[in-house]
Design a protein around this ligand. Structure first.
Ligand code: ADP
Ligand code: MG
Ligand code: MG
Length: 212
């Protein structure tokens, strides 16, 4: 049982921003094949802005909800691509789950992870199998919750989430897109991983590594 405080949450955003900077080119390349080649730029800009904004929050006056809501707002302002409103909604939902709490328990963190995934699905209305980031987030959230229900530690839950998300992203290679830009490609999108699913896995790896 751990307690996750605001400083640890702020650091999570710094870690995600660093990871997106490292993965930017790969994500742009993936988006270049079935989209408009900007996904790595969008994710790097969005999380860099989020990390900067949450780092500037006054530690004594901030709580987890403020951290997530601040991240949401700055992500949305920084990103013009479709990933902007999707992740902004995910982050706002995470903030709502944390409402009234000064720190987060392991169970809260599992709830945050689920709310994050749910927010993306509610905002974009994509179902599993439509070749989007939902194909990584939905199975990851389900695996995270199933692991928690079995009594596993948060670290093990997030490891299970990562694995399921990775398999989900891999599965997008054999899907035809039904949502987003790549839906115009029909079966020409076959064989290529969805960039949004790939960046989702990057975020999941950060969650896993940060809360171990
Ligand atoms: P844009 O397509 O506007 O350039 P990005 O390149 O940042 O935006 O993001 C593309 C990714 O967004 C896709 O790979 C896909 O995973 C995701 N995406 C697009 N539309 C949706 C949707 N309706 N629901 C969930 N994810 C979506
Ligand atoms: Mg794009
Ligand atoms: Mg674009």
């Amino acid at each position: 049982m751990t307690t996750i405080g605001t400083e640890e949450l702020k650091l999570l955003f710094v870690r995600i921003a660093e990871a997106m900077a490292r993965e930017k080119d790969r994500l742009c390349e993936l988006d270049g094949v079935i989209g408009d080649a900007d996904h790595g730029i969008a994710m790097e800009l969005g999380f860099a802005a989020a990390a900067k904004a949450v780092s500037e929050l006054d530690s004594s006056a901030s709580d987890p909800t403020l951290v997530f809501n601040t991240a949401a707002k700055s992500f949305l302002n920084a990103v013009g691509a479709s990933s902007g409103p999707l992740y902004a909604t995910a982050l706002m939902r995470a903030g709502a789950v944390a409402k009234g709490k000064s720190s987060l328990s392991d169970d809260d963190m599992v709830e945050v992870f689920s709310a994050f995934a749910r927010g993306i699905q509610d905002r974009g209305k994509a179902e599993v199998g439509e070749k989007t980031m939902v194909d990584a987030w939905a199975p990851a959230a389900a695996a995270c919750r199933a692991a928690r229900d079995q009594g596993l530690s948060l670290a093990d839950c997030l490891a299970a989430a990562f694995k399921a998300g990775e398999a989900g992203a891999e599965a997008t290679k054999s899907m035809i897109a039904a949502k987003g830009r790549s839906s115009r490609l029909g079966d020409r999108a076959l064989g290529h991983m969805d960039p949004g699913a790939a960046s989702a896995v990057v975020i999941m790896a950060c969650f896993r590594d940060h809360f171990t």
